[in-house]
Design a protein around this ligand. Structure first.
Ligand code: PLP
Length: 379
């Protein structure tokens, strides 16, 4: 009977079972039918986020359960900062005039509306820590981060009475060390341009010293957070406003959010095209990596293509949006916008297209200043 109620998600289950092959959802104290489910199906079900697991209730996978269980009330009053981090949703979805045309309407999901890192990475920070049964006050959390996941984890850690230490690659902006220290975290800069290049050292330190290492690159709670929240939010927003989602464009770092959106929308709706964006070879765009540097989930997510964008192109797009619609977005958002423009030019996009803008441009003052003096004559 539970299987029967998964109508509409049937195609997602094999993906999720495969993505989560080595992972098990936490046991739930339930009786009845769920006990009869095999482990993999139970894990898939948990990952998709049904709120009503007990068997007497219908198992709801509808986007509406997002509204009833997650969204804060209209007054946006929360019991604590952690409650705010977990329940202040959805983040806005706004149509970009400057990128929409006859054929495709471009809807930007503004992911700087989160309290700790002012980025999409708050979502995985609280989800990875609150779903970790090993979390206890006084423990130290460590993570390799280009900045945003670190800020999210430190924010949550401070609320939970945990200590935190972040490991940064050389490419993170200079001022970031100071920001982390101000927030009470330890900071170490390691040799390496990408977070994945310093990951080995962080894993080793965590193992040696018995520290809590959420590990956003390997931890399936990363993609699950985006399945349960980011994807459902967009689905809910679309259903409330009569949008029919036909395309999704997003940046690739760990590949968590784009993989989740791909799995969710491709299995839920027919004909949705999903595109990832990676930096051009040799370029560094904060938060992003190239697929060949290793990503756990994107290969399984069935994306239709991965586009390359250079740092200069991403910057030009940041300037263009700031000067047309007044939104100053981060550089990975600029890369997503450039890829969207290119896909529109090729006639690949149609109908309502969601583009995920991971964070805000003010956070990149150092980098924007350097780019402005280099690229300015051309923008
Ligand atoms: N953009 C920014 C600014 C980020 O910080 C990140 C991840 O750290 C991404 C994009 C990529 O997101 P994901 O790790 O979900 O692929």
């Amino acid at each position: 009977a539970v299987k029967g109620r998964l109508a509409g998600f049937g195609e997602a289950l094999p993906y999720i079972k495969e993505i989560l092959a080595s992972w098990r959802a936490p046991p739930l104290p339930v009786d009845g039918e769920l006990r009869a489910l095999d482990d993999a199906l139970y894990t898939a079900l948990w990952s998709l986020g049904p709120r009503f697991v007990p068997v007497d209730e219908p198992v709801s996978l509808d986007a509406l359960d997002f509204y009833y269980n997650v969204r804060g009330d209209a007054a946006r009053v929360y019991d604590s900062v952690l409650d705010l981090a977990a329940r202040d949703a959805p983040t806005p979805l706004v149509k970009l005039r400057s990128l929409s045309g006859e054929r495709a309407r471009v809807w930007a999901k503004l992911e700087w509306y989160h309290p700790f890192s002012l980025s999409i990475k708050d979502r995985i920070a609280w989800f990875m820590l609150l779903n970790n049964p090993g979390v206890r006050p006084g423990l130290k959390v460590v993570e390799a981060t280009s900045t945003n996941t670190g800020l999210g984890l430190v924010g949550v850690a401070n609320n939970l009475g945990l200590k935190a230490k972040v490991y940064l690659p050389q490419t993170a902006q200079r001022c970031v060390d100071y920001i982390f220290e101000l927030m009470g975290a330890e900071v170490a800069r390691l040799k390496g341009a990408l977070t994945t290049e310093i990951l080995g050292d962080v894993r080793e330190a965590a193992r040696r010293e018995g520290l809590l290492h959420p590990d956003q690159f390997e931890n399936d709670l990363n993609v699950i957070a985006h399945l349960q929240y980011t994807a459902k939010e967009v689905d809910y927003q679309a259903s409330q406003s009569g949008l029919r989602i036909r395309g999704v464009v997003g940046a690739l770092g760990t590949s968590g959010h784009l993989s989740a959106l791909s799995v969710y929308f491709k299995s839920r709706l027919g004909g949705v095209k999903v595109f990832g964006v990676q930096p051009a070879r040799g370029d560094f765009i904060p938060g992003m990596r190239r697929v060949e540097t290793g990503m756990k989930w994107v290969q399984l997510a069935g994306v239709d293509g991965v586009l390359e964008v250079s740092l200069d192109e991403a910057f030009q797009e940041v300037v263009a949006l700031a000067r047309s619609e007044g939104l100053l977005v981060g550089l990975s958002a600029g890369a997503v916008l450039r890829a969207t423009r290119e896909l529109s030019r090729r006639g690949v996009l149609e109908g309502d297209v969601v583009v995920v803008l991971p964070d805000h441009g003010l956070k990149y003052a150092e980098l924007l200043e350097a780019l402005y003096s280099k690229v300015c004559p051309d923008v």
